[in-house]
Design a protein around this ligand. Sequence first.
Ligand SMILES: [Zn+2]
Length: 503
Amino acid sequence: MQQIRSVQQAEIDGIPAFTARGPARVTGALVFGVGVRDETYGTLGVTHLIEHLVMGSLPKSHLECNATVDVESTIFHATGRPESVAAFLAGVCAALSDLPTDRLDLEVGILQAENCTGSHPTAAALWAARFRLDGPGLAYAGGGVPEFLDEDAVRAHARRWFVRSNAALVWHGDVPEGLRLPLPAGSPPQRSVPRVRRQDGPEWLQGPAVGAGLLVTVPDGLDAATAVALDVLLERVRDVARHERGLSYHADLEIVDVAPDHRETALLVDAREGQEAEVARLVWEQFEALCASGPSAAEVAHAVDGFAEFAEGGGDEVVLADLVRAASCRVFGLRSRPAAESLAAWRTVEPRDVAAATRALRPSALLMVPEGVDPGPLEGVGRRYICNLVRELPQGTTFRPPLLARALHKAARLRLVVTDDLLAHEDCDGDGHVIPWGEVEAAVPAAQGDGVFVVGRNLCGIDVHEDVYGRRAVAAVRARLPQHVWVPAPRPVPEEGVLAGRP
Ligand SMILES: [Zn+2]
């Protein structure tokens, strides 16, 4: 019970501070409730850019420090002598208060060179399948570099999200007297809650995944039976896929807390090349087996023992994990509890509770495999497409590439349909994609020539260019696009995106 008491809560400069006694070399971190999910297609990468501007403005030192931006949070952290860590965090606050935008172009260039996608591709594809191009689903368009945003837009993002009311401090070790966190005041930013795509029972999809993945919706993140269920599933997949059959190297869980009563947990499993279908099938079979008969008592005991080894180990990492969890839950508006309390709850879980908890997850299950991979028939699992795929294009004004191009290249066998309600496109595979005008997320002007890439919140992407469909087609689309969806033209030629239909 010592660990429960060891987390102290205080306030420093209006920021909730979670502290605990600890080593002489302290760790300090500022956690902000902002990440990729709080961006839009038009501002993708802006949080990462702000993090770079801040870190790049700090004086060089030997301090062990870094910053991360993921789908739901941004964290600046350092480990070292208390005064040095305090100076680092004060520097972060000062830079966030008055963003050093003089190095904007330089940092954009660095981000382009980094070319980091930010999230696991399978997780991003699963979130997109759940939320489309909204909330965590934005990671699907991932690795964005906000090369076309102006300074005002970047500053506005910082002003909205990097404020006292959206921050929490983690401090492990003695707190120095002079610790100051001069962040700007500001009203607490409201996170939008992404809408969930409807589904009728478990579904499988192909997407830009690596290996295989399973996503389930967890209504109560503190429910012990559900936590044990996912831990047992992970362990089974590891045992069978890696140890028994040598199909994969690595499996892990990725968690996003979307709202207080809504967690999304993804099981991500890599696969040896060519084994993706078998790995996906194995994941699903193990999930179904847990639904049907639950785990053995030994499996539950093994899960509890594993957690106990961590939670009761008494190491600094447990305290730090408790501190970071408490701070994150505070900025996300979630309930939190220390590992020791969670462990006590895990100890009460029976195998039948795990079976019931797994069955409760089943209706929300989404199974992801890479493009072109077919897991074969899975009983009770429907096929679904990641974007708004249709068999037949609707009637409307039709545009096609020139006849000669169509005759010579299969890739030019395309069709564009424009109506007052929607934009539709038949790709060279004969698949149809439809974006209602009201569902346009962004319109990106072509870098060269007259054209526009239309991005749907339904994850369809339709490229309309004069070189392909002629000027009249571009004019017809432009005339119907709402003004607010236009994003500034990118400076260089845009990189290839993962959205279907993007050239
Ligand atoms: Zn589509």
